[in-house]
Design a protein around this ligand. Structure first.
Ligand code: PMP
Ligand code: GLN
Length: 388
């Protein structure tokens, strides 16, 4: 028997999202772990896809994306973020945000480069940096006495060195839900003003922002945009995580480089869905604006159901995740508790530690509230057996 290959990622196992969703299915648990909606994409979008499939639009799309979709993304970006993009040279449709993030990291990072991540960080960034030969430098978010996380800009500034090739930021932030405001964009730009670093802005939760907060994209800031690739995903916006269609927006020179990776990793992305998305964005531009009220109601339902529980939490400002502090209920690590509670009382969640360099001692779990109301009620009912 031939021995196993020397791993390029010896410290990496199967992603927590796969582990927890599998365990939830085995245990018959309500799955509030991996982030995906339990409801359908808009019916008119589904009908459009069926039409394009039947019409025969089933062959390779152009490598950078279907032109009509790139145009529709440019129109939407101008309307919402005030920046007119060149659809041909600045927009690339990717296989989910995942591929866009991965292709950009591979295109930019070289052996020995440093890449700054805000910790907790979404799980794909660090392994992608490692595969590219780079070193991750994590800057922890500050956890205030009020239970809220915040960016510690002094630490970001101190982490930028001549070796910094890239800063990956993810606001609205998975898992904490914190968002950038205009001051943050200014300070961020200032931290990088003497540096050659690029910015990779993962903005997949751009439309899921609540309570009067707004999404302040890196696209809004000239000095940041010049050095940025901004990534988003139709999976979040249209309740369709399984379609795996996202996009990268970057100035032409960076777009050219990330397309060199994109064209040889996936080449191109599902044709009929791209056509259908282009139509839908053009014809029903208001859909995304309905999402904050829709998701805030779900968040409020879930938080309301847990209001009298021993959990402590600050209602999420964005995303479809609610982080809770369970320390009044259990003293074990979040990995242990997430596994145990998936078995009994049968609710799966994500331990915050998986997003962190060091196990997170703050005893926090992340619950996805992108679920039908009945499912959220059933989950809260099961959780309540832990204290009643
Ligand atoms: N970035 C973040 C922060 C995410 O939470 C996710 C997953 N939902 C992705 C990227 C991946 O997006 P996609 O499913 O479009 O690849
Ligand atoms: N982004 C999703 C989450 O945070 C999971 C995506 C995945 O499973 N790769 O739950």
């Amino acid at each position: 028997m031939r021995r196993a290959p020397d791993s390029k990622l010896p410290d990496v196992g199967t992603t927590i999202f796969t582990v927890m969703s599998r365990l939830a299915a085995e245990q018959g648990a309500i799955n509030l772990s991996q982030g995906f909606p339990s409801f359908q994409p808009p019916a008119s979008l589904l009908a459009r896809i069926a039409r394009y499939v039947e019409h025969g639009d089933n062959q390779y799309a152009p490598m950078p994306g279907v032109p009509a979709l790139c145009e529709a993304i440019a129109a939407k970006t101008e309307r919402l973020q005030g920046r007119r993009l060149d659809a041909e040279r600045e927009i690339t449709v990717t296989s989910g945000a995942t591929e866009g993030l991965f292709s950009t990291i591979l295109a930019l990072v070289r052996t020995g480069d440093e890449v700054i991540l805000f910790d907790p960080a979404y799980d794909l960034y660090a392994p992608a940096v490692t595969l590219a030969g780079g070193h991750v430098r994590r800057v922890p978010l500050r956890l205030g006495n009020n239970g809220e996380f915040a960016v510690d800009w002094d630490r970001v500034r101190a982490a930028v060195t001549p070796k910094t090739r890239l800063v990956v930021c993810n606001f609205p932030h998975n898992p904490t839900g914190i968002v950038f405001n205009d001051d943050d964009l200014e300070v961020f730009a200032d931290c990088l003003s003497n540096s050659d670093a690029w910015v990779l802005a993962d903005e997949v939760y751009e439309h899921l922002v609540y309570d009067g907060h707004t999404h302040r994209s890196v696209l809004r800031h000239d000095a940041l945009w010049e050095r940025a690739c901004v990534v988003s995903s139709f999976g979040k916006t249209f309740h369709a995580t399984g379609w795996k269609i996202g996009y990268c927006m970057a100035p032409p020179a960076l777009t050219a480089e990330l397309r060199k990776v994109h064209q040889f990793s996936v080449f191109t992305v599902n044709t009929p869905i791209q056509h259908a998305l282009a139509d839908f964005l053009r014809e029903e531009p208001g859909f995304a604006a309905s999402l904050p009220a829709f998701y805030a109601a779900k968040r409020d339902l879930f938080c309301g159901l847990l209001a009298d529980s021993p959990f402590r939490f600050v209602p999420a400002r964005s995303t479809f995740f609610q982080v809770v502090d369970y320390s009044a209920l259990d003293d074990e690590s979040d990995d242990e508790v997430a596994l145990r509670w998936t078995r009994d009382p049968g609710v799966a969640s994500i331990p915050l530690s998986v997003f962190c360099e060091q196990p997170f001692t703050g005893r926090r779990l992340r619950f996805c509230f992108a679920k039908d109301d009945d499912l959220l009620r059933a989950a809260a009912e099961r959780l309540s057996t832990l204290w009643s």
